[in-house]
Design a protein around this ligand. Structure first.
Ligand code: ADP
Ligand code: ZN
Length: 221
């Protein structure tokens, strides 16, 4: 059983790296942002509560974020463990989390803010299946269309210059202190997130003492 937290500034590749790790190690990938976005798209009560806050780039209330995490983790479908992305984001959430779960490691993806802007503003999201594209290095075969489901690619509501500035500020003010809390417990491995997705994944494996990463043949998949 392995339990990891992945942290990093916007666009550092938390979703991508969690997905790769989860697929190989049979972990459940829990993205708090994805859960909120699902609720917004499906017009749930929770979606209505968080939509405006998210679009502005601000953090939603701790109660709502903690509720999502608690509900997801009480499903107990994570026999081999989980990797959680987007939580905890501030000190109260970190305290809640550490009281409830013991974790094996925190992966910290490091990326300078200048690179964040470049990546986030080039990001597109499939409105059908939620797959992430980046017009810098992962263009779809047909512009504006998802390779995997044919859905329309859209810009995330919070991937604007304005909302990004708020999100970065929230990150540096509120989420950096969480890293300090984890560091005191010696859980944290810091990984340079500037490389390609395969390079970053390989570094994560190395730092966590996991078996090497073998990327799928790009010609095939
Ligand atoms: P990013 O890390 O790129 O900002 P996410 O998809 O992880 O994107 O999160 C998107 C938004 O969802 C955040 O800006 C915030 O409004 C909300 N959110 C996600 N996780 C949390 C959390 N733990 N606490 C409060 N709000 C959150
Ligand atoms: Zn799709």
């Amino acid at each position: 059983m392995r339990k990891y937290v992945i942290m990093g500034v916007q666009g550092s590749g938390k979703g991508t790296q969690s997905g790769l790790l989860a697929a190989d190690l049979d972990l459940v990938h829990i993205s708090v942002g994805d859960i909120f976005r699902w609720n917004v798209v499906n017009h749930t009560k929770l979606g209505a509560q968080v939509r405006r806050t998210m679009a502005k780039g601000e953090l939603v209330s701790d109660d709502l974020a903690e509720g999502v995490v608690r509900d997801r983790l009480t499903q107990h479908d994570w026999n081999y463990g989980f990797i959680i992305d987007g939580f905890p984001r501030n000190q109260p959430q970190a305290e809640f989390f550490l009281e409830s779960y013991d974790i094996d490691g925190v992966i910290h993806l490091e990326l300078p803010d200048s690179e964040v802007r470049r990546r986030v503003l080039a990001r597109r999201l499939c409105s059908g299946c939620g797959m992430d594209y980046n017009l810098i290095d992962s263009n779809p075969q047909l512009a504006g269309t998802c390779d995997s489901c044919g859905g329309d690619l859209v810009i995330r509501e919070d991937d604007t210059e304005e909302a990004l500035a708020v999100r970065l500020r929230e990150y540096h003010q509120k989420t950096n202190p969480v890293l300090d809390i984890f560091r005191r417990k010696e859980y944290v491995v810091s990984v340079d997130a500037r490389g390609s997705k395969d390079e970053v994944q390989q570094s994560i494996r190395k730092y966590l003492g996991l078996p090497d990463y073998h990327p799928a043949d790009p010609a095939v998949g």
